[in-house]
Design a protein around this ligand. Structure first.
Ligand SMILES: Cc1cc2nc3c(=O)[nH]c(=O)nc-3n(C[C@H](O)[C@H](O)[C@H](O)COP(=O)(O)OP(=O)(O)OC[C@H]3O[C@@H](n4cnc5c(N)ncnc54)[C@H](O)[C@@H]3O)c2cc1C
Length: 459
């Protein structure tokens, strides 16, 4: 075993990981392919490049990403410290001066006596992941745009036949924010009133479905509601795409707003098809129908089926809240569409972000299926602490460092390492944390504050 740990990729996750390892007295070899090679989204030669928005989201403890940042501050995260130091005014959010942020992270890593920086692409020539992993402990933190050669090697090691995805995630809402005076449970063709059933029997059966809560949640629309929604959707503002994304996305899958522009009825023959349902309020087939699919094992979050979208986040909130039943919906995640590379982590990784089949290979950052800057930093932190523990165990049984599920850092690690057939990248949100014990607190802010207090006490 070598006397160092290898970190591949000096992005958000890899930079944090390298620093944390070095701070614990262990040498690090940090591979970064820039400036030899840039991904289509990267352009700054410095480390921890912020590729898009300069916001690290809310700083409030009543926001899950705000709480995650506070947890990371308590763990002495270098990147959150630098984000605080380079912040620019952004109300309750933590936004950074992206140039200064990357510059400072780079300086800190470059001056660290235990960090050796190697500006080379892994996956090319003799810099092979398999070879590096034979020599010692490796953390792979090469992000959503991992270079092709390395992606192929990761596929070989993990046995995954597919690693590239067009991340076309639909928005996710919390179940508790859905209006169930409109919404109803049931699967297509199973929910309709059967000929032999009386209205009462049918309603009893639907109530039973609700108790089981395993099926889809459905939102019916009448003609007028549908037309108002359709008009808002086709007129809503979309995000500007990078050129490389435009080509790839449209080959891969179609955003709902583009489908809607093909004609007023296109959605009613596609994802909003009402066939196989009766609206319990009228006993008749609705004009259009939106389905929501369960998104986590505790059934607290549901995604809007077929709603992959490029609408701006504010527009998603405005337009999708026009759907009857979603007027008060809490969006824990907005839809996004960009190229992404991530593992089927639920199958492949454990809660320490370690590859189950190769105990000396860890993954960190967006490639594990956590999504967002702060989330990537948090996984870099967990992977690094565990790589250190593994290193120090000297081949003996290592102690795993697993954070409580009551903390956002722990809940995220648990979420990505839990098997899930429809695995999609996940950002920090309160839906992935266990509910509070005892009587439910109705006021959302008060409830989130209690969850935050529980998390910080667990720390
Ligand atoms: C187009 C786009 C827009 C995004 N917008 C946002 C946003 O607005 N907000 C947000 O929170 N998140 C956004 N994300 C997600 C964002 O990528 C992550 O939040 C974050 O950058 C992930 O951190 P990371 O460390 O996993 O990867 P990165 O920060 O991408 O770092 C990976 C590093 O690995 C290097 N690398 C890659 N392959 C190799 C190799 N073979 N050898 C050596 N080095 C290699 C890269 O050069 C890079 O420096 C966006 C992603 C994309 C692709």
């Amino acid at each position: 075993m070598q006397d160092y740990i290898t970190v591949i990729g000096a992005g958000l996750a890899g930079s944090e990981a390298a620093y944390q390892i070095a701070q614990r007295g262990i040498k690090v070899k940090l591979y970064e392919m820039k400036p030899e090679k840039f991904s289509p989204a990267h352009s700054n030669p410095n480390f921890a490049e912020i590729v898009c928005s300069n916001s690290f989201k809310s700083n409030l403890l009543t926001n899950a990403c705000g709480l995650l940042k506070e947890e990371l501050r308590r763990l002495h995260s270098l990147l959150i410290q630098i984000a605080d130091e380079t912040s620019v005014p952004a109300g309750q959010a933590l936004a950074v001066d992206r140039e200064q942020f990357s510059e400072k992270v780079t300086q800190n890593l470059k001056k660290h006596p235990l960090i050796e920086i190697i500006h080379r692409e892994v996956g090319k020539e003799n810099r092979n992941l398999q070879k590096l992993a034979k020599e010692g402990i490796v953390i792979v933190a090469t992000g959503p745009l991992t270079s092709e050669g390395l992606a192929e090697q990761i596929q070989e090691i993990t046995g995954q036949d597919k690693l590239y995805f067009y991340d076309a995630a639909a928005p996710i809402v919390t179940k508790e924010s859905i209006d169930f005076s409109i919404a109803f449970y049931g699967n297509r063709y199973e929910q309709e009133k059967k000929k032999e059933e009386t209205i009462e029997q049918w309603k009893d059966r639907l109530a039973e479905e609700k108790e089981q809560e395993h099926s889809y949640i459905n939102l019916p629309m009448n003609e007028q509601e549908y037309e108002t929604f359709w008009k808002a959707l086709v007129e809503a503002e979309v995000v500007h795409l990078h050129d490389f994304e435009k080509k790839e996305i449209f080959e891969g899958c179609m955003p709902i707003e583009i489908m809607a522009k093909r004609g007023i009825d296109t959605l009613r023959f596609g994802p909003l098809k009402p066939v196989g349902f009766d609206d319990p309020r009228t006993g008749k087939r609705p004009y259009a129908l939106i389905q929501l699919r369960q998104d986590n094992s505790s059934a607290t979050m549901y995604n809007l089926v077929g709603f992959q979208t490029n609408l701006k986040f504010g527009e998603q909130k405005r337009v999708f809240s026009m759907i009857p039943g979603l007027e008060q919906a809490e969006f824990v995640k907005y839809g996004v569409m960009h190229r992404n590379t991530y593992l089927n982590s639920g199958k492949l990784l454990d809660e320490t972000y370690c590859l189950k089949s190769h105990p000396n290979i860890y993954f960190a950052g967006q490639i594990t299926g956590v999504e967002g800057y702060v989330e990537s930093i948090s996984s870099g932190m967990v992977a690094a602490l565990n790589a250190v523990s593994n290193f120090q165990s000297n081949g003996n049984k290592r102690e795993k460092i697993v954070f409580s599920n009551n903390t956002v850092i722990g809940a995220l690690a648990k979420y990505v390492s839990t098997p899930n057939q429809n695995f999609q990248p996940m950002n920090a949100n309160f839906g992935i944390l266990p509910e509070l014990e005892g009587k439910k607190i109705k006021d959302k802010k008060e409830r989130y504050l209690k969850i935050a207090q529980r998390s910080l006490e667990n720390f």
